[in-house]
Every structure is written in structure tokens, then in C-alpha cells.
Design a protein around this ligand. Structure first.
Ligand code: MTE
Ligand code: MO
Length: 523
């Protein structure tokens, strides 16, 4: 019964959240709170062990915990309903606390946890009451009792009453279970339908297609890539673009409802909607984004054509206090990033508020409707998705999400490369072996890539045509390999003349270093 009550509570909370405020689902909030309260190493472990699957894994874990709690409460309440009532109330209070302590709380968010709590308690008490009345005449449920028609029934009711009471209990339980499934399912469906997000997104895609761009990204020439030798496509499709964020539930913001507040140490606050952005000069830029958590040889790096507005002139319009060395950008879900003001204002840096990605409005998982993109900085210090707020402040006055969790205050992208082909542990025929990969050194660009086999001499790779210094650069080379196992190693040099270091360090606190290598067997 307690299990059913917990189920009913979770499901009703999820339904109300789906209707009113998707971020307020008690179920998702408990999962979020687990993420927020987990020690940093646990979060890191989950990210590396489950990758993009970390969210389903966490939600499944939360579900298992709730089922266990409900079952335990059921055991405790076998004789009396009170322990069960207390357990359901405590669970309800805990999940309400999870919702109410979440960053970026909005007034409608309080409804779902309250409804969940009330439904949970009513279900638990109602089922116990049904159980008590069913148990009032246990003997009558016995077919032998029913076979003695002369025996007067306790309470003097018709013979069928206790049986009917039992079936009332079974029926009530089944109804609660079914109702929970329907409510929970509708909640999931409502959240997935995004309450008009899909329509809002296609409308914005159409407006972007019709808009005149003041700056177009030059077409990527054939000579920029070496797909024929096994490198990834130069421009990553939206579906293949890496995704990293701590949002269990993607914030649902319609373009029509979106606004950005620029405030803090500015001369005049600005509030802008999507229409205001579309009325400004629109620029298109090909930019390679990189995650600080990318390990050497990893694929948390992707390239897209972003369309949006220049961020620097917007800040200048607001009037930036010269002392405000940090721009804190906030997402609809409360996540924050801190970007050096000087980097955003740097002439030619190309920091932007992006609305479009590869010919469409931003995909919801990449920040629809508006995100920040700053070439040359790792995503966690610059690339806020579902952007709602920009505060001009100082690094001394305000810390942000990942800095609070041990990552560096400033994080320019480190020059790095990756070997895409041959793949590790593959078999190659002896002789000339084609090696190919990518390298990146935003914002200065890649000047040279070298490869070698084992401790042999470095061989200069042929570079693909540079699209712009803020994008990765493809490379390829041929190595002459004899039979046996070989370690192939690559290293990149950027336009500052700096060659990436061989020293291996972990991603935390400000990005991994080390040369990528693969082992191949030549026969
Ligand atoms: N709201 C929000 N924005 C965010 C994050 C996040 O967790 N929440 N993660 C950042 C990190 S660490 C990276 S690397 C980039 C990844 O952007 P992508 O998922 O579009 O590739 O988004 C950044 N923006
Ligand atoms: Mo990241």
C-alpha cells in the first residue's frame, strides 16, 4: 500500500509538473538533488562511467530507491497505518525540499510537490481504510463459510459483502496502480511534447532561414577534410555534436517567452527578447567547441556553424564597469559559467549569443533558444545553454557551478590533437600506413602536426585547408611500418609556436594534456 502510495505521489507530481512547470517534478528534483549533493568524485565517476547515459542511469537509480523506500514503508505499516503515513510524509517532504532548494525556483514550481504529498497521503490512508473494512470479516472470505448459507453473517449483511469489500480493496489498488501509470505517463509525454517547444523551434528555424545575415561563414572547402582517410566530418551534424550538461530535464523555454537580462556592474540594464536579437546584425561563424572533460584521444569536441549576434557590442551598449572582470551567465536551470570580460570584449574574438546551429534553430539539448559561444574557451567557462541572465561582476565577488566543484576559474582551450585512423588495436598491412586525425588550438589555430611510429623520427603531416583559427584542422601522413606492434603518436603545434606537451595530466582542473597514441599490429 505504501508502495502504491509512493507510486501515486510520484506519478501525480510528475503529471502536475508536466502540466505546469517541468522543472518541478519531485522525481526529477530528487535526482537533481542527488547530483547537487554528490561529492565531486562521484559526479566525475558517473560522467566517465556512463557518459551521455548518466542521466537515464541516475533517474533509474532514483526510481529503484523510491521503490525500496515504498516497500520498506509497506513492511513497517503491515499492522498499523501510522508508520506508513509517516514514511510517505517524510518521502514527500524530502522530495518537496529537493524541488524547493533547486536553483532557479519559480512560483509555479511549488504546486507539483504539494500535490504529490497530498495524493501520497490520501492514497495511503484510503487504501488502509479499504483494507480495514475488508479485514473486518475475514472468515466470510473462506469458501467454506460461504457454503453454510444458514450461518448468520457478522453484521448481518448480505453474504457477498466481505467478498465485495475484498474486491473493493483489490480494485482500489489496481485503480491506484493504473492511475499512477496513466498520470506518470502523461507527465512524461507532456514534458516530451515540451509544451509547444517543437512548434516554437520550427518557427524560429523558419525566421532564421528568412533572415539576412551580415556575415556568412565561408563554405567549408573539400580540401579542409580527410574523410576519405577516416577523419570525422569537418562540420559535425547536430545529431552527432557532443552533449555535456548537468540538466536531467532539458529546460523548456519557448522562443516567445525567452528573455535575457544583462545586469550587474553596467551603466544601464538591458532586457532582450528573441525579436530584439533578430533585429540586430546576424552573423554566422564556424566554431569548434571543446569540453574541458575531454581526455586525450576523446571526442568531446565538435564543430558547427553558429548563427547569432555579437556579444561584445551588446555589453558595450549596457556599459561595462572597467572593474567587472567576470561575466557570469546563468541558465534557466540555474547552472552558471564565469567568463573573463576581457576575452569577450577582445576585438576579433567572435564571442556570440547563438540562436542557430547548422541551419536550424538550436536543438533543445544544445540550449534552445539562445546560448553563449566563446571561441577559444572550454564550454564550462563560456558556453551557457538555455541562457537567461548575464551579470557583470568580478571573479572575487562570485563563483560559479564548476568552480565551486574544484575546476579552474579560467580555462582557455589547450592545443591538442587526436588520431582518428587507424583505430587502436587494428591490423595493418606492412608498408605505407595512412594516418589521419584532427587537431585544434582555438583561437590561434593549428600550425603543424607531426606523427611518429614508436621512437622513430617525427614526420610532418599534411594539413587540411584552415577554415578559420577557431576551428579544428584535419591532418594526414603516411608512415612506413614493418611487421610487429607499433605505437603511433601525434603532437600538434599552434600558431604561437607552442607544441603540445607530452606530460599527461587529467582533465581536472583545467583540461587534459599529453600526446595521443594508438597501438597497431602490422602483419
Ligand atoms: N545550462 C548549461 N549550459 C552548459 C552546461 C551545463 O551543464 N548547463 N555545460 C557546459 C559544458 S561543460 C560544455 S562543454 C558545453 C557543451 O555544449 P553542448 O552540449 O552543446 O556540446 O555546454 C556548457 N553549457
Ligand atoms: Mo565541458
Amino acid at each position: 500500500m505504501e508502495l502504491l502510495a509512493v507510486g501515486a505521489a510520484v506519478a501525480s507530481g510528475h503529471l502536475v509538473a508536466g502540466l505546469l512547470a517541468p522543472a518541478s517534478s519531485p522525481f526529477v528534483a530528487v535526482g537533481d538533488a542527488v547530483v547537487r549533493l554528490s561529492p565531486q568524485p562521484v559526479v566525475e565517476f558517473a560522467k566517465s562511467a556512463f557518459g551521455t547515459a548518466d542521466k537515464p542511469v541516475l533517474l533509474a537509480g532514483t526510481a529503484v530507491l523510491l521503490v525500496l523506500a515504498g516497500a520498506l514503508a509497506g513492511l513497517a505499516a503491515r499492522r498499523r497505518p501510522l508508520p506508513g503515513t509517516v514514511a510517505v510524509a517524510v518521502l514527500g517532504a524530502v522530495s518537496a525540499a529537493a524541488v524547493l532548494t533547486a536553483p532557479a525556483l519559480q512560483p509555479p514550481d511549488v504546486v507539483a510537490p504539494l500535490v504529490a504529498l497530498v495524493i501520497g497521503l490520501l492514497t495511503q490512508l484510503g487504501l488502509h481504510r479499504a483494507a480495514r473494512s475488508a479485514a473486518a470479516a475475514p472468515a466470510a472470505a473462506d469458501p467454506a463459510g460461504a457454503a453454510a448459507p444458514d450461518a448468520p453473517m457478522p453484521g448481518g449483511g448480505p453474504v457477498a459483502t466481505p467478498v465485495r469489500r475484498r474486491s473493493v480493496l483489490a480494485g482500489a489498488s489496481a485503480a491506484v496502480a493504473l492511475g499512477s501509470l496513466v498520470a506518470g505517463g502523461s507527465g512524461v509525454a507532456l514534458a516530451a511534447s515540451g509544451r509547444g517547444i517543437a512548434e516554437s523551434r520550427s518557427a524560429l528555424t523558419r525566421r532564421l532561414a528568412a533572415a539576412r545575415l551580415t556575415e556568412r561563414a565561408p563554405a567549408v572547402p573539400e580540401s579542409a577534410g580527410f574523410a576519405r582517410f577516416g577523419t570525422v566530418p569537418f562540420v559535425t551534424s547536430n545529431a552527432d555534436f557532443y552533449r555535456i550538461d548537468v540538466a536531467l530535464r532539458i529546460p523548456a523555454v519557448r522562443a516567445e517567452d525567452w528573455s535575457l537580462r544583462i545586469h550587474g556592474r553596467v551603466d544601464r540594464e538591458l532586457t532582450l527578447g528573441v525579436d530584439d536579437l533578430l533585429a540586430r546584425p546576424l552573423v554566422e561563424r564556424t566554431i569548434t567547441m571543446t569540453c574541458v572533460s575531454n581526455t586525450v584521444g576523446g571526442n568531446l569536441v565538435s564543430t558547427a556553424n553558429f548563427v547569432g549576434v555579437d556579444l561584445a557590442p551588446l555589453l558595450l551598449e549596457a556599459g561595462v564597469d572597467p572593474g567587472a572582470d567576470q561575466i557570469v551567465s546563468t541558465s534557466r536551470d540555474g547552472w552558471t559559467a564565469g567568463t573573463p570580460t576581457a576575452t569577450v570584449l577582445e576585438p576579433g574574438r567572435g564571442a556570440m549569443l547563438a540562436i542557430g546551429m547548422n541551419g536550424e534553430a538550436l536543438p533543445v539539448e544544445h540550449g534552445f533558444p539562445v546560448r553563449m559561444v566563446v571561441p577559444g574557451l572550454y564550454g564550462y567557462v563560456s558556453a551557457t545553454k538555455w541562457l537567461t541572465e548575464i551579470e557583470l561582476t568580478t571573479f572575487a565577488d562570485r563563483t560559479v557551478y564548476w568552480r565551486d566543484r574544484g575546476w579552474a576559474e579560467r580555462a582557455p582551450i589547450k592545443t591538442q590533437c587526436r588520431i582518428d585512423s587507424p583505430t587502436g588495436f587494428s591490423q595493418q598491412a606492412a608498408g605505407a600506413v595512412r594516418v589521419a586525425g584532427v587537431a585544434w588550438a582555438q583561437p590561434v589555430g593549428v600550425a603543424q602536426v607531426e606523427v611518429r611510429a614508436d621512437d622513430g623520427p617525427w614526420v610532418r603531416a599534411e594539413l587540411g585547408t584552415e577554415v578559420n583559427p577557431n576551428t579544428w584542422r584535419m591532418w594526414t601522413a603516411e608512415l612506413d611500418l614493418g611487421p610487429g606492434n607499433h605505437i603511433l603518436t601525434a603532437r600538434a603545434t599552434d600558431r604561437r609556436g607552442l607544441t603540445q606537451t607530452e606530460e599527461r595530466v587529467d582533465p581536472i582542473p583545467d583540461g587534459a594534456t599529453g600526446w595521443p597514441s594508438v597501438i597497431v599490429t602490422v602483419a
